[in-house]
Design a protein around this ligand. Structure first.
Ligand code: SOE
Length: 379
């Protein structure tokens, strides 16, 4: 018999769907001691909230997140609403003793994120942030290889996240989905939305980033705002390039843009060590590229590991070797890990505190771009 965990989900956009799908699927594939129950969906627009609830099978609807948090029948609050409301909701939920799951980036900036960390830690409630790419099996496998020391001393960490969906100057800012272009709601542009993923993986793989310098650009300076109807300045970074120094002495380069024509969601990373290198590409997410200089020279070369065998991370839970899984499964994995850890009383990475470190890197990037400086990353 599984223990029921009643979920109250806030927000009905892209992430609301990704998380709901994960809650619905997890018990079919993972033998975890909890069963998520889709108890309530919450959004300000009642019609949209109802439509979402019907589509995904939520038992009830709330239009005010405060009401949701007050409900004694809600165990866990999942924040899929835009970034500018994460802080207030997460702190209130923690104070009410709820488990809190929060979409990335944790907050608008490090100050907010720290308050959120303090709130969940003071309340002692389980918490996690949905940096889902950690749970692509090939990425989890890369972490295993790095932790086994196969790469030796690390020299370089290189990551890019490229998109092209905001190139048109006619694209408005604000409102559903497009709040990502509104600095007042998103906090930043590609830095918080895309580079935050790259930083989360980088810190996990390669440890602390000590200092960095960055350059940002906003190519389209003003856009019509969907909510006011006015043409308003664009306050987000459309593109960002970062040079970073890790505490282990390795060099990092990071680049992100929404102006790379032809690229839809090209997250690639490469890590070069003394003995071996690893490379991964979101467009081919089930493969991990690995080069080991210790291989016999006549057959040495880049291997493309098809990460589908049952001894690969998470893959024993899915299909037979050779058959792939994809993007949605990363969320199922996070729920599965979260529920298994909940039963053991253990944290699920990245916790709010771990995501705070990513937030501090983002803060340093934005400060550096503003000041044309090298910035120390807050500890
Ligand atoms: C939109 O830019 C977006 O959906 C991000 O918000 C996600 O975090 C990223 O995984 C893909 O792109």
């Amino acid at each position: 018999m599984r223990t029921k965990l009643n979920i109250g989900l806030i927000g009905y956009g892209f992430m609301g769907r990704a998380h709901s799908n994960a809650y619905r699927k997890v018990n079919h594939f993972f033998d975890v001691p909890y069963q998520p129950v889709l108890k309530a969906a919450c959004a300000r627009n009642e019609l949209k909230a109802k439509a979402f609830a019907d589509q995904w099978g939520y038992e009830s609807v709330e239009t005010d997140w405060r009401r949701l948090i007050e409900r004694p029948d809600i165990d866990a609050v999942d924040i899929c609403a835009p970034n500018n409301v994460h802080r207030e909701i997460a702190i209130a939920a923690a104070r009410s003793g709820k488990t809190v799951l929060c979409e990335k980036p944790l907050a608008m900036d490090g100050c907010q994120a720290l308050e959120m960390v303090e709130a969940v830690e003071a309340a002692g409630v389980p918490n996690t942030v949905w940096y889902n790419y950690r749970r692509v099996p090939a990425v989890t496998l890369a972490k295993r290889l790095i932790d086994e020391g196969r790469l030796g001393k690390i020299f370089h960490y290189r990551a890019v996240f490229l998109q092209d969906w905001t190139i048109s100057a006619d694209l408005p800012q604000g409102g559903q989905g497009l709040w990502r272009l509104d600095a007042g709601v998103a906090g930043s542009g590609v830095t918080g939305d895309l580079l935050a993923h790259c930083f989360d993986t980088a810190l996990w793989f390669n440890g602390r980033i000590e200092r960095l310098t960055a350059m940002t650009e906003t190519f389209v300076k003003q856009r019509k705002h969907n909510l006011t109807g006015n043409v308003e300045p664009v306050g987000i970074d459309d593109a960002c390039a970062v040079l970073a120094r890790f505490a282990n002495g390795s060099m990092g380069t990071f680049e992100s843009t929404r102006y790379a024509r032809g690229h839809k969601a090209l997250y690639t990373l490469e890590i070069n060590g003394e003995h071996a290198s690893i490379a991964w590409d979101l467009h081919d997410l089930h493969r991990l590229s690995y080069f080991d200089h210790r291989d016999e020279s006549i057959t040495r070369g880049w291997r493309s590991i098809h990460v589908t065998d049952a001894d690969m991370p998470y893959m024993d839970k899915w299909w037979v070797p050779g058959l792939q899984i994809g993007y949605e499964h990363t969320f199922v994995h996070q729920v599965a890990d979260f529920l298994a850890n909940l039963a053991k009383g253990e944290p699920t990475s990245p916790t709010f505190r771990e995501a705070l470190a990513t937030q501090y890197v983002c803060d340093a990037v934005l400060a550096s771009a503003r000041e044309h400086s090298w910035e120390e990353v807050r500890k």
